[in-house]
Design a protein around this ligand. Sequence first.
Ligand code: ZN
Length: 272
Amino acid sequence: MDPIKTDAIVLRVVEFSETSCIVTLFTRTLGKISTIAKGARRKKSPFEAALDLIAICRIVFLHKSSQTLDILTEAKLQRRFRSSATDLDRFYAGLYLIELLNLLTDDADPHEDLFNEAISAIGQIDRCDDLETGDAGPRRLSTQHVLIHFEIRLLDLLGHLPMLTNCVDCGRVKTTISRVQFGLDRGGIICQNCRPGKTNVVSLSSEGLELLLKMTRTKTSLVRTVDGPAEDLMDVSCHTGYREVRQLISKYITHLIGHPPRLHQYLGNLSN
Ligand SMILES: [Zn+2]
């Protein structure tokens, strides 16, 4: 069993014994892993401050192929989530992001693109972009703005992006210009013919559908290149239909998880 070295985001830390913790991490190379960090609760821990929630660290661990926990042997802090002590809104947004990663990804299922999106989104929320220096990047996005882009990228990269151009049941191309019905169970829009008898259906205006389509089609990424934003991110918050899209995505994610994310209740009043 060779040790694996990779970058990771701390998703969850649970006390396990007097000296140890169980730490869930989202790693660059192996996706989500659950590890035991022996000695993490000691005063002089080998992990120091690396195992705080939303922290990004460089880890070394021993991967067990069976059902047992992996063993975390090293964790070095790369970037602390600074807003946890200074800004409650940003802290909640960061906690929401790791809650989504924890609930919607499977163990040992690698998604490097999603890892990069998460790192960028966390940097944006925490107002620091550079992993090495913690410097702020050239352009700031609002927390709401970062979250909705992250949610859509997450759905896309995990294969949950809803069907929006054709009826998800019969495949008929959407022709009506009025409101459409969106089936949460089915993961897409439903035509008039297929609508009867369906439950968990929400209605969406044509403006809302248009905006959602735009956001899913452009595949805009939060990941920046060295020279600046990889692509110009559409500022969606001023668009007609934004509130509707926001609500639909929240309901859809709730449906995928099977219950509302714990942090949903704290996100209602994000102001910046
Ligand atoms: Zn249909």
